[in-house]
Ligand binder design. Sequence first.
Ligand SMILES: O=C(CO)[C@H](O)[C@H](O)COP(=O)(O)O
Length: 215
Amino acid sequence: MIQIAPSILSADFARLEQEILKVETAGADLLHIDVMDGHFVPNLTFGPPVVKAIRKVTQLPFDVHLMVDKPEEYVRPFAEAGANIITIHAEATPHLHRVVQSIKEHRIQAGVALNPATPLCVIEEILHDLDLILIMSVNPGFGGQKFIPSALKKIRRLKTMLMQINSPALIEVDGGVTSENAAQLKDAGADILVAGSAIYGVVDCQAAIASLKKV
Ligand SMILES: O=C(CO)[C@H](O)[C@H](O)COP(=O)(O)O
């Protein structure tokens, strides 16, 4: 079954604990935490102290998406704060393999994210080292954007690449995910759907998660 990772970027930050517990009770599989530095993307969000604080309120695995320059400087602080998966952007470092190895040295799962304009070939040589590949289906920085349809073709091609090397790595999709495109994303090969507005922007988040899962 497809896994659902609500993005707390779209949560009400004044009620963060309740917003996290709400999606945990509603059947979320992971909690997606968008870390933005105001450099790699034009927005600012959470640092390790916030991740450490919310680690105490939920059992959900933390899927930490680092939209930051120099990700190598932040692997350790986020690992120590309680991340279960750390995903870095291929565009953010010239030393992708080294940073992936450093995530694994913390005994947590390593992911690489690709912006819409970044081709799959940038991860081809290290695909066997990855636990997760995050296909961005919007340009990162903000929730509530429109899904970029070319992501579907990219997911299909990535799925083929993973099958060719017998890799168990998961494909995650982030940006503009809704109950309307969830089935197409699953058919293309997605294993995890990240959703912000489609979950936190509706009254009944339990129904929203159920409808994303039932595809
Ligand atoms: O990484 C992100 C933005 O950079 C968010 O996780 C993503 O955009 C989710 O929001 P929505 O589901 O509203 O598109």
